[in-house]
Design a protein around this ligand. Structure first.
Ligand SMILES: C[S@@+](CC[C@H](N)C(=O)[O-])C[C@H]1O[C@@H](n2cnc3c(N)ncnc32)[C@H](O)[C@@H]1O
Length: 248
């Protein structure tokens, strides 16, 4: 009997809209594909990884639950192992935010054909939101997940092909985060700030503590502020004020 014990992966699975074919990029142990098939959310999953070692572990786990007929393994970088339109859901979880941006950038022709992309960066959440905003993706949902000591971000999005809908989406964000405040959007997003359930507030408060630590680091250095640090201080001060206001 398979039981998904990892809270982070459970939240990703909850965010999935049922579909026929999904792909999990950076699958490692293939726990997410196994959960998606056994829960009935996806009929078939293509489990992909850039390294052979993780795929060997995935193969063992998949055969333990006799799921070889509905979980296929592929070796290669990101979405390069997929054909455009091959799957309607793509998950990319448990890697750095910059790597996720690189994966999307290198295979935009595949990413644009998925109706749902679930992305879970371990780092560089700011860069991922900025990339999505600047490259025509619409964020539909975000969740903050505490797992052990770490608070993870999970984003559900799609590439918006309709220019009017995309303009409308970006207009709303620009109205809520005018001028330089768009940085606060890249840091914190708007979904959790608007919904504010208990986990959202915990995520935003955790983010605030991180931003305060950055500011402490700048103050403690005791040096005359360089132009770069002065800019950083301004950015993080504005972020802390914003986060205290929305999560207080
Ligand atoms: C920390 S594991 C995460 C496993 C699982 N997705 C999760 O969230 O628990 C990261 C996996 O991503 C794979 N990976 C890293 N970069 C990749 C890339 N560009 N394309 C495909 N897989 C990649 C690694 O080999 C590793 O197995």
């Amino acid at each position: 009997m398979f039981e998904l014990k990892n809270k982070r992966l459970s939240v990703l699975s909850e965010m999935v809209r049922p579909c026929e074919v999904a792909a999990d990029i950076g699958t490692d142990h293939a726990h997410l594909p196994i959960e998606l098939v056994l829960s009935g959310k996806c009929e078939r999953v293509i489990a992909c990884d850039v390294k052979e070692g993780p795929l060997a572990v995935a193969k063992k786990n998949i055969s333990q639950y006799a799921l070889g007929h509905c979980i296929e393994l592929r070796l290669g970088f990101g979405l390069e192992v997929l054909e455009p339109g091959e799957c309607s859901l793509i998950t990319v979880a448990g890697m750095g935010g910059l790597m996720i941006c690189d994966i999307l950038e290198r295979s935009e022709n595949v990413a644009r054909t998925a109706s749902q992309l679930i992305l879970q960066p371990n780092t560089c959440e700011y860069d991922l939101r900025k990339y999505l905003y600047e490259n025509g993706y619409v964020i539909e949902d975000e969740k903050g997940v505490r797992d052990g000591d770490h608070c993870y971000l999970a984003v559900s999005c799609h590439k918006e092909e309709n220019p009017e809908k995309l303009d409308e989406y970006k207009k709303k964000i620009k109205e809520n985060f005018p001028g330089n405040n768009i940085d606060n959007y890249f840091f914190a997003g708007n979904v959790m700030a608007e919904r504010k359930d208990d986990e959202d507030v915990e995520f935003l408060q955790n983010l605030c503590k991180k931003a305060e630590r950055v500011l402490d680091g700048i103050s403690l250095s005791g040096e005359v502020l360089t132009e770069e640090n002065s800019e950083k201080k301004k950015k993080y001060t504005a972020l802390c004020e914003f986060l205290r206001r929305i999560s207080g």
